[in-house]
Design a protein around this ligand. Structure first.
Ligand SMILES: [Zn+2]
Length: 468
């Protein structure tokens, strides 16, 4: 067995950087304890002069196909004025995609994630049926396309297979959603088959269960799905309180908001991730904290959709773990999500560094943890840090890049969190394998050219980019 020893100029360690640190990786891609003298004849040495090495980012919430609507919904004429009308543009893209397109678009989104230092994606996948609304011969065909895309790019994927059962409380079935719908029994059967037939190792491909939202999954079905998830020890992810209208409908149907309902029905827990959790009260924050649930915040998407601002100060003061997701892919940059979490509060409160010193942690270290270790927790992964026994997932940055040049080991982390340009990211390693080496991904040209073909197909009228 040949181990590999990585020797960066600076190594991230618990919220700061140390000079001459080393990272030892086993042949099967696990981080090992670094002995006093790791360099032996059976150890391969990778010198990384001029580079800092940091744990890879965990993107907890992605809808890869939505990469296709980037920039296509920035007009009121095309996409209306709010989240609900924006969905028309999203449904237009979703309705166009053949299985090959789903693969090609996912590869594009995943490539961009890698270029941003991401090593794991949690893909909240709800595109299941053929364009006519019927299941494919293999009802997991599109899930498998997305998994194959991640494998092609080299990114670890946690496929959060999504249950989408209805359009909403007292709402007629929306034709834009026919590719999403399944029955609860079909969902559970398909989920079982997908896991059972997956031949990839759990270091590369994993699974979670994602009831889409209270709006899309009635309570009785939600309880059944949650019980199944817990029996199979899988993480549960759900959109919660992204929009006020969603809370209002839930109040009408159940006499409770989504968080109140989830708490009352004992559906919250350490395995539960509430995606967004924007429109929640102090009492609801306490319920999520009490259950030790995670909140996945998606600030770049939330500001684009006009969703609102998550009360990260109250949430973090209550001890809730916050992770990040690129969600609609309007931007793919985990550090932009990280800094916006604080910036949005600054704009509202006209103060600075609002999340600093909560539980005596510095702001940069806290935001970096959200993008790494908290994400790994939400997806139940041994990753996110550089601790022995974890997956060897990390990236390097060029210490001479214009966006971060001029630093000391002590202040490099806040410079990275608040100023790093994605172009500074040089190498990305997943499970001990280089998937980006000196800014080059082996399949980059092919992935981009295939994506451009799909883009032309979905948006033939490139002048307006609007749905016909
Ligand atoms: Zn989402």
């Amino acid at each position: 067995m040949t181990n590999t020893l990585y020797k960066p100029e600076l190594l991230y360690s618990n919220g700061r950087f140390i000079a001459n640190g080393e990272v030892l990786v086993s042949e099967n891609g696990q981080l090992l304890e670094t002995p006093e003298k790791a360099s032996t004849s059976s150890t391969r040495v990778v010198d990384l002069p001029g580079k800092a090495l940091l744990p890879g980012f965990v993107n907890v919430h992605s809808h890869s196909f939505q990469r296709l609507i980037r920039g296509k919904s920035e007009s009121r004429i095309v996409s209306g004025k709010d989240f609900w009308s924006w969905r028309g543009t999203m449904y237009h893209a979703a309705s166009q995609l053949e299985p090959q397109d789903v693969y090609d678009v996912a590869r594009m989104a995943f490539l961009e994630m890698v270029l941003a230092g991401t090593t794991t994606v949690g893909e909240f996948h709800y595109l299941h049926n053929a364009p006519n609304g019927q299941p494919y011969d293999d009802p997991n065909l599109l899930s498998k396309q997305v998994i194959a895309a991640a494998q092609s790019v080299g990114l670890r994927i946690v496929l959060l297979r999504t249950a989408y059962l209805r359009s909403g409380y007292e709402l007629p079935s929306d034709p834009g959603q026919i590719r999403f719908f399944e029955s609860t029994n079909a969902f559970l059967e398909n989920m079982s088959a997908l896991i059972h037939n997956c031949s990839a190792p759990p270091s590369d491909v994993r699974f979670g269960v994602a009831p889409h939202s209270i709006r899309a999954v009635p309570l009785a079905d939600l309880k059944k799905i949650a019980a199944w998830s817990r029996e199979h020890k899988l993480p549960v992810h759900m959109h919660v309180a992204e929009q006020v209208a969603e809370n209002t409908a839930c109040l009408r149907e159940y006499g409770a908001t989504p968080v109140q309902l989830l708490s009352r029905e004992r559906l919250l827990g350490p395995d539960f991730t509430a995606v967004h959790a924007i429109h929640i009260s102090t009492d609801e924050i306490a319920m999520l904290a009490e259950a030790n649930a995670t909140i996945c915040s998606c600030p770049t998407t939330e500001r684009n959709l006009g969703d609102g601002i998550m009360a990260a100060d109250h949430v973090m003061a209550a001890g809730i773990s916050v992770a990040f997701g690129s969600d609609s892919q309007v931007q793919i940059d985990p550090l932009e999500d990280a800094r916006e979490l604080d910036y949005h509060l600054r704009l509202r409160q006209q103060e600075r560094a609002i999340l600093d010193q909560i539980a005596a942690q510095t702001l940069a270290s806290r935001l970096f943890d959200c993008a790494t270790v908290h994400g790994a927790r939400a997806l139940d992964l041994p990753s996110g840090g550089l601790t022995p026994g974890s997956f060897a997932d990390f990236f390097t940055v060029d210490l001479n890049d214009v966006s971060i040049a001029g630093h000391s080991a002590e202040d490099l982390l806040p410079i990275i969190v608040f100023g790093l340009n994605r172009s500074a990211i040089r190498d990305v390693v997943v499970n001990g394998r280089f998937i980006l080496r000196d800014k080059k991904h082996a399949l980059q040209e092919e992935i981009i050219s295939r994506y451009q073909e799909t883009h032309r197909k979905v948006w033939p009228n490139t002048r307006t980019g609007g749905p016909s």
